[in-house]
Design a protein around this ligand. Sequence first.
Ligand SMILES: [Zn+2]
Length: 245
Amino acid sequence: MKAYTELAPHRNLFVEGVPMLMYHQVAPVPWKTWLPMLYVPPALFRRQLEELKQAGYVSAEPGCGDPRGGKPPLVISFDDGFSSVFENALPVLGETGFRAIQFLVPGRLGATNDWEAANVRRERLMDHGQIREWLAAGHWIGAHTLTHPRLTQLPLDKAREEIVASKKVLEDAFGVEVRHFAYPYGEWNEKIAGLVEEAGFATACTTAFGVNTATTFSFALKRVFVRYADIGWHRLKGILARRLA
Ligand SMILES: [Zn+2]
């Protein structure tokens, strides 16, 4: 197997910035679903992490990790806090030695992704006990608002409440500092970013494609959406190299 660090264009790309992978579910793609891109099958997830480990990558928190010299950092992030990540990704993370961050929706812990349209399959979200185990295994949690609204479509005071409460509820429940935020649906603007900063977060992630460098705005971090069931890491890195060239 050829590790992607052997590919020159890709090496340059990762010397310049820290990639942040974005996953949702680590589970088989359901037979019928409106959002198949949200699923990465467990075997593919395992292959990706094994390839990354072989290539020498180390995991970092959002906004952290210095790509110059030493081992190349990357961030592994999961949005929404699905139980499938606890069940299928947590063991693989442990075996490969990577740490990851889950962006949780504290108003829905132990419930389902009922913020999606009615035709989207309802999936179980991690409960308090699972999140405690996730933290005990050395992983991080971030906030993804209280109920997963489109922040840019809310009155500003309502948006502030969603952001501030998501941090407080998680910190009170789990006794850890929650430093990172992810915008639901990746939707943000300058005012929303200002509210996130005011709330005391250190970073916020979008769904915009790219890698993050020292000059990337901390409240608009870019990510790489790991989308399709049939995209292996090799295909993904080719897409990365082309789009960032
Ligand atoms: Zn989300």
